[in-house]
Design a protein around this ligand. Sequence first.
Ligand code: ZN
Length: 201
Amino acid sequence: MTDAQDPGPVRDERPVRDPAPVRDPEPVRDPEPVRDPGPPREPGPERQPDPVRDPWREAMRLALGEAAKAVPAGDVPVGAVVLDPGGQVLATGYNEREAVGDPTAHAEVLAIRRAAAKLGEWRLPGCTLVVTLEPCVMCAGALVQSRLARVVYGAGDEKAGAAGSLWDLVRDRRLNHRPEVIRGVLEDECSALLTRFFRDR
Ligand SMILES: [Zn+2]
């Protein structure tokens, strides 16, 4: 009887040791290879969520698509999209300065004109202009004149930007209307498009 009682505690320890090392590696090894291929598909946005810029990424991609349309005519690739207050696309535009020989045919001006034409109204309250490059003085002026609620841009323009870089016309306190400014949305993609254009020129 005493012999039978002794091996008891020894048997108890064994079954506890055995399942533990088997259970641990299996569930850990399985999910890892599945998770690993995921992140590389959406690296930047997934790693650093940005509640200010992330909502405008989709519209910026549309603007990038517009910007690409400028290249065949030899125009600097800048694209713009005007969104209505509900976030629907009202109008688009891309730089057509060379294409039509018009110094005012910047992407922002064309998109703003088309949006106003669509609404039948020069005021665009609650609307947002999304543009791949920081607006110049002329376009910043057009933004203020159209009473846009917001301007969202990708790449900054240290040489001619009028929305925070060289000037900050859109937020000049002497103006009655000052649109909100969100900068740096898909900045790398927007900059790369311009860099490629000037390099291939
Ligand atoms: Zn401009």
